[in-house]
Write a protein that binds this ligand. Structure first.
Ligand code: GLU
Length: 377
């Protein structure tokens, strides 16, 4: 692990609200200024590229608007974020300026990431910024994100950004030292995120921040599946980034999965919201899970939701277990007419046939839980 981490080229650092605020929830640069100094100095060595995903816009807005509790309504959250994002980026600008380091602000929504074209554009912009030695500072565009299209927390956003830029390392910094076992011992390394790991992470949330340990573990799952090593560590500890890169024991390391999904499948899996559901029979289930086949109309028993050709749908078995996610080749109206029928009847029924498959294998991602037999309902 020592050698791998020092060689980590592309590094995403997620800085949580707990690093940016004091106990009363007021914005404070006490810890952030150390982190910025470290990042700027490491960046100057030209061995690493840094991308920061920062929280704190709502927190900063709360303070300026004198709100005592984290806002609960969407409109108040958006109002606080609109006030606070400006303040937040000004703080980063001021701190990085001391080291003559240029930064860029990028605000993202789920919608931006779910459109393949803008997904690629975001990637191209970030790549260009890195080429120009600029450090991108990313946050969710809270002001325009509609609730059901929100990333929800910046742990998830940081994981999706890591996946987008194919980061070598995602460092999640908050005020906890890492993941603790049931008997309160720090777990130094996790090779696989099992249901037990998810269970022990259930818990904490603070008055000022969004995610607890559970969202961090879920983020670790997304990032490790895309080939990124994830470390959860305490961002209040001075020199933490250098220690991590030296391979010192700090925090919990989640080892990257070597069988990572292709870029297209990662996009389908993590960036697209599902518009509907297909319930399939046992034959089709076997074909998808164990034979690497596409989904054909004959195996479809039931159709739920409303979708058009090209939308993402979830495939379930008759016991309501989620098996796979994919991009559908036909609209829901057309599918209702051809479900349960043979491929060679498609043209006769619809008057046209785009393709034989309802979901082509290239557009289909089997869920890990389905192959491990740990179904989530
Ligand atoms: N985007 C939110 C903010 O800037 C943070 C969400 C989170 O803390 O996870 O306040």
């Amino acid at each position: 692990m020592k050698t791998t981490l020092s060689k980590a080229k592309r590094i995403v650092i997620k800085i949580g609200t707990s690093i940016l605020t004091d106990e009363d929830g007021n914005l404070s640069t006490k810890y952030l200024s150390h982190l910025v100094e470290e990042i700027a100095k490491l960046h100057r060595q030209e061995m690493h590229e840094f991308i920061i995903v920062t929280s704190g816009a709502i927190g900063a807005g709360m303070q300026r608007l004198r709100l005592k509790e984290r806002p609960q309504t969407i409109i108040l959250k958006q109002t606080a974020a609109a006030v606070g994002q400006n303040i937040l980026i000004e703080i980063y600008e001021g701190l990085f300026k001391k080291y003559e380091q240029t930064i860029a602000q990028i605000l993202l929504t789920h919608q931006d990431m779910s459109c393949r074209k803008s997904y690629i554009n975001i990637l191209n912009t970030i790549s260009k910024l890195l080429e120009y030695k600029v450090i991108p500072i990313i946050n969710e565009n809270d002001t325009v994100a509609v609730d059901e299209l929100k990333f929800g927390d910046n742990d998830t956003l940081a994981a999706l950004v890591s996946q987008l830029v194919e980061a070598d390392l995602l460092l999640i910094l908050s005020n906890v030292d890492g993941l603790y076992s049931g008997s309160c011992e720090l777990i130094p390394i996790v090779y696989e995120i099992t249901p037990e790991i998810i269970e022990i992470s259930a818990g904490t949330r603070s008055k000022f921040s969004t995610g607890g340990m559970q969202t961090k573990i879920e983020a670790a799952k997304i990032a490790t599946q895309s080939g990124t090593t994830v470390i959860i560590s305490n961002g209040k500890k001075k020199g933490i980034i250098s220690e991590v890169l030296k391979g010192e024991k700090c925090g919990t390391t989640f080892v990257a999965n070597e069988n990572k999904l292709s870029s297209r499948k990662r996009w389908i899996m993590y960036h697209l919201k599902e518009s509907g559901e297909l319930i399939i029979d046992e034959g089709a289930k076997e074909a998808i899970l164990n034979k690497g086949k596409s989904l054909l109309p004959s195996g479809i028993l039931e159709i739920k939701g409303k979708f058009d050709e090209g939308d993402a749908v979830i495939i379930k078995d008759t016991q309501n277990r989620r098996l796979a996610k994919g991009l559908i080749g036909y609209s829901q109206n057309d599918l209702l007419k051809i479900k349960g029928r043979q491929t060679n009847q498609i043209e006769e029924i619809l008057g046209y046939a785009y393709e034989d498959e309802i979901i082509h294998r290239d557009n289909l991602v089997v869920l890990e839980s389905a192959t491990m037999n740990i179904f989530s309902y």
